[in-house]
Design a protein around this ligand. Structure first.
Ligand SMILES: Nc1ncnc2c1ncn2[C@@H]1O[C@H](COP(=O)(O)OP(=O)(O)OP(=O)(O)O)[C@@H](O)[C@H]1O
Length: 733
């Protein structure tokens, strides 16, 4: 009998073989058992109420303790049937099950009991709906006394029919808070009759209220609300907890605590399952001894670096709250969700999602939230979008399989009933890169969360708002019911706040407020991109630091050097030397626009500029970064048609194009010498490939070849923004 690894997709259950299945292999249909007039008088149950279910010779009734199993799994879980449901949302016959947990489910090792028995279970206050198909047989739950009477050795012999089906219950436990009830005698509190269920649940809820949270909330209620996902007293069950939206939304972007993060990352096809690791450098938060000796410039540079994890995310409070509450609700409910997050580059999408996951992870650690798996799949980091399937499967089960095998396994997994499956949160970053020709990868990741049993929560992050509509049909995307969140570009005031928050704690006030405002205004006027604003400010700090170095030759030791720089920064309070001023920011911006790449792009011939501008326009039109060379040629023809229109020259008539190249030739023949150069468009594309500016499949300028930019969009936009030839084509960036 193999036991599932402890890092399975399920909460740990009880090992079961298929041969343990009491229901047998015959595929009898399930039937309802209704109350009869006898039940009516005896138990005060209304007639025709479903009181049980039958499959072949197997029967179970309300209040029974049952074993439930997921298909293909070797584990089972024990639960009490509290209600039969004629037809769940998938049309399946189903029931509501109140769970027992094993000792292995208790994650908080400090609060694990040391006196647990081999086959002891804790009754929990948690229930959920599962189809009857997950029922695997009957379980017997006994008081400790009754168990010892029946099995004086304290063990159920293997040969006994009760082996693997007989359990002891003497306590209740709220797994989320690891709070136990007092010891009880199971026979006294539960007779196996449905009438007892309510009292049993009430007892477990009452006795497992978290005194820890209550105490903390009483001591400092606002801190309890804003720094944890605080649940009001007595509302630990999922429904009450969810209904309190006001409280849930109070979770704010936090000041970050020093911590590690449980993440599964896709790097070089190697992923770790639920291993605590840091997905972003924590350097800025670890105050090493060298930190104190660092100069203000060094600290400022480090904190302004885009790779450093900020201590807070100003101006993203509402986006944080929305993402947090959706994720928290889906994890608590055990439901699936698909959240589509869009926004132009540098608007804090990835940073916000990671922060939310990190905060949810805190809640798991402090036993306030059910456990979940987190996987990050980044379109930029995988060569083939289908690898996403392998990465997801590996995160769920720790097995490496090929993409096609993974797809089969995932399809089966998500359409199979799965009691006690651990929710999985998938961050699909740079989604545009994952979109394949037939859109199957995106479709599957958007579709699976909607399958009843998946407990899959997808966070899809992309730059364009309507990528789903463009790549899937409107009909499909509206059926998928995505929750959409748009991250707007930052305005200059917000960029100022972001920069200021990054500079908090830097001694010596080395960056003048005017300089921050100037940089923020410059960036906000173009893109609202925090990455760009941070880069400019960091470069300005480097320039100011270099100025100081020139003015003061190098002191001999690092600590003397730091002191000298601190002194210089302090002096800077009265003079502008050693401080970042508007002039320093201007130099940084100028540098950014006159780097070798910018100079190269600006000096390109018209044909090359046209290729690049058309790729950009195409990317913006489709929301994808890959196009075919043919698509790009069509963009060119459109641009030229506009241009030609303004010159009263008809180049291309409707869609009646034979070959864009020949059209270009025709156009070139009719037009002035500038346009004659367009005929060299294919050569220009190949040359741009050689120079590393674009990637052209097979280095061949043929219509089906895939083409994409090898440099940042922003670089191209910046270079051509004021280009008169590009402007004349009506292309504006
Ligand atoms: N509100 C904010 N406060 C502090 N830093 C921020 C904020 N928003 C963004 N940043 C910083 O800006 C940089 C870019 O942010 P992020 O990667 O989250 O943007 P994005 O929207 O995911 O961009 P892309 O679409 O290019 O991936 C990061 O260094 C991030 O820490």
């Amino acid at each position: 009998m193999t036991r599932r690894a402890s890092l399975s997709r399920y909460l740990p259950g009880i090992a079961r073989d298929d041969s343990d299945d009491e229901l047998g292999d015959d595929d009898h249909p399930w039937e309802w058992i209704y109350s009869s007039s006898k039940d009516e008088t005896k138990k005060r149950i209304p007639r025709h109420q479903i009181i049980g279910a039958r499959m072949g010779t197997f029967e179970c009734y309300l209040g029974d303790c049952l074993l439930l199993k997921a298909e293909g799994s070797n584990e089972a879980w024990v639960a009490i049937v509290t209600e039969f449901i004629e037809s769940d949302q998938d049309g399946d016959m189903a029931a509501d099950f109140l769970w027992f947990s094993t000792e292995k489910e208790i994650r908080n090792s400090d609060r694990k009991r040391t006196d647990f028995l081999v086959n002891e279970l804790y009754i929990t206050p948690t229930s959920d709906v599962n189809p009857l198909a997950s029922i695997n047989g009957k379980a017997q739950v006994l008081s400790h006394q009754s168990f010892l009477r029946e099995y004086p050795s304290g063990k159920v012999p293997r040969s006994s029919p009760g082996y693997n089906k007989t359990f002891v219950c003497r306590r209740g436990c709220n797994i989320r808070t690891t709070t136990y009830t007092n010891e009880f005698n199971w026979d006294d509190i539960y007779s196996g009759k449905p009438e007892d269920i309510e009292d049993l649940l009430e007892l477990v809820r009452r006795e497992t209220k978290s005194t820890r949270k209550r105490r903390r909330a009483q001591e400092n209620p606002t801190a309890a609300i804003s720094s944890t996902n605080y649940h009001p007293e007595g509302e630990d069950d999922a429904d009450a907890y969810l209904s309190d939206d006001a409280v849930r939304h109070e979770v704010s972007t936090p000041r970050k605590k020093q911590k590690t993060m449980r993440v599964v990352t896709p790097s070089n096809r190697k992923i770790m399952v639920k291993k605590a690791l840091e997905f972003t450098p924590l350097g800025t938060r670890i105050l090493s001894p060298s930190h104190h000796q660092s100069s203000p410039f060094q600290i400022a540079r480090a904190q302004l670096h885009v790779a450093s994890v900020p201590t807070s995310l100003p101006c993203r409070e509402s986006e944080f709250s929305v993402v947090y509450s959706h994720l928290e609700a889906a994890i608590t409910d055990g439901s699936g969700a698909c959240i589509y997050i869009s926004g132009t580059p540098g608007t804090g999408k990835t940073a916000t999602v990671r922060e939310v996951v990190s905060r949810l992870d805190d809640a798991v650690r402090s036993d306030e939230l059910d456990d979940f798996i987190f996987v990050e799949i980044n379109g930029m980091k995988i060569t083939d979008p289908h690898q996403s399937y392998s990465l997801l499967w590996e995160a769920l089960r720790g097995q490496r399989v090929s993409p096609s095998q993974a797809l089969d396994l995932l399809e089966r997994e998500f359409s199979t009933p799965s009691p006690r499956r651990v929710p999985c949160v998938v961050l699909m970053d740079e989604l545009d890169q994952l979109v394949t020709k037939n859109q199957s990868v995106m479709y599957n990741f958007f579709n699976w969360p909607g399958l009843r049993h998946s407990r899959l929560i997808v966070l899809a992050v992309a730059n364009t708002m309507d990528l789903p509509e463009r790549t899937l049909s409107n009909k499909i995307s509206s059926r998928l019911g995505l929750t959409r969140i748009t991250f707007p570009g930052y305005n200059h005031e917000q960029l100022m706040k972001i920069i200021q928050s990054r500079l908090e704690g830097v001694p010596g006030h080395i960056v003048e407020p005017d300089a921050i405002q100037f940089a923020s205004r410059k960036v906000a006027a173009v893109s609202g991109d925090a990455r760009r604003a941070l880069d400019i400010c960091r470069r300005a700090v480097e320039l100011a630091e270099a100025d100081v170095r020139v003015a003061n030759p190098e002191p001999s030791t690092p600590s003397k050097r730091a002191k000298a720089l601190i002194g210089e920064a302090d002096k800077g309070k009265s003079s502008s030397r050693g401080r970042v001023t508007i002039a320093t920011v201007k130099r940084a911006i100028n540098e950014a626009t006159t780097n070798p790449l910018q100079q190269y792009l600006r000096a390109l011939p018209f044909a090359s500029k046209l290729v690049l501008a058309s790729i950009l326009v195409r990317n913006e039109r489709t929301g994808l970064s890959d196009s075919t060379y043919g698509d790009v040629l069509e963009e060119m023809s459109r641009a030229l048609l506009l241009d030609a229109g303004s010159r009263r020259v008809a180049l291309v008539k409707g869609n009646n194009m034979k070959s864009i190249n020949s059209q270009m030739g025709a156009y070139a023949r009719k037009q002035d010498t500038r346009l004659a150069r367009i005929a060299g468009i294919n050569t220009a594309a190949v040359e741009l490939t050689g120079a590393g500016i674009i990637i052209l499949e097979g280095q061949r300028a043929e219509r089906p070849s895939k083409v994409r930019l090898a440099v940042g969009d922003e670089e191209v936009k910046l270079a051509f923004r004021d280009d008169p030839e590009i402007k004349a084509l009506g292309i504006a960036f």
